[in-house]
Design a protein around this ligand. Structure first.
Ligand SMILES: Cc1cc2nc3c(=O)[nH]c(=O)nc-3n(C[C@H](O)[C@H](O)[C@H](O)COP(=O)(O)O)c2cc1C
Length: 220
């Protein structure tokens, strides 16, 4: 069966999701050389076309970044669109959620939603692969991304052979699940010295938004 991929990053082609898809496909293509259709949810002009691609696909993987502990708005929109399609042909759907924070626990809540959503679509849920600590992979030297990329390649290879995610690789990618004691101490020291907010504050200042950092625009 033909694989169809949706990339849910608002950054589109220039995203970490793209890099992970490329790595996944490097492994996938070791086994299966069929063309894989890659679709960017960020391309709003292709909304109708995207729905049809979804309707006709058999095996679907949706990659997206975690945004405020959930999914980017464009991904939620896409989910609402495909729910309205009232699909009558069963499909296999899997998800890859990647985030900035290193601990994968952050993405486990949206994972529950994805499972339920796939059941409501009356499709087969292939599971959700979660990977934290992905921000910055674009600028990291190869030595720092080697393990991550090789795991995504193996994930792709296994998927091409079995049409499912390798439970073993999934488990490895899930680490670290929570912050360990050493990291908690380090973070405590950083927050006391103001270093934890240094990067974010400098960005706020660069964008003339520092004074507005505690604003609550949606609170009456
Ligand atoms: C608006 C916004 C919200 C985000 N929210 C979270 C979050 O709640 N938790 C987290 O771990 N990372 C969060 N991130 C970081 C992204 O998940 C991370 O940078 C990801 O690798 C981006 O992938 P992409 O380049 O494919 O879009 C957020 C990033 C943005 C821009």
């Amino acid at each position: 069966m033909k694989l169809t991929i949706f990339n849910g990053s608002p950054r589109g082609e220039d995203s970490n999701s793209t890099i992970l898809i490329e790595q996944f496909l490097t492994g996938y293509n070791r086994i299966n050389s069929d063309n894989v259709s890659i679709n960017y949810i960020s391309k709003s002009k292709l909304e109708k076309e995207r729905k049809e691609i979804f309707r006709n696909a058999d095996i679907i993987l949706i990659f997206f970044p975690l945004y405020t502990d959930c999914m980017p708005g464009i991904v939620k929109n896409f989910f609402e669109d495909i729910f309205e399609l009232k699909i009558n042909k069963s499909k296999k759907i899997g998800f890859i959620v990647q985030s900035g924070f290193p601990e994968s626990i952050h993405s486990t809540f949206v994972e529950r939603y994805l499972n339920k959503f796939t059941q409501r679509l009356k499709c087969e849920y292939l599971g959700t692969v979660i990977k934290g600590g992905v921000e910055g992979i674009k600028i990291m030297p190869p030595v720092m991304t080697k393990k991550l990329f090789s795991r995504f390649q193996d994930l792709g290879e296994y998927f091409a052979k079995n049409e499912s995610f390798s439970p073993e690789i999934k488990k490895k990618l899930l680490k670290p699940y929570k912050m360990n004691f050493g990291r908690k101490i380090m973070f405590f020291i950083f927050s006391k010295t103001g270093m934890a907010n240094f990067y974010w504050n400098s960005n706020l200042k660069k964008n003339n938004a520092f004074a507005k950092r505690f604003n609550k625009p949606f609170v009456e």
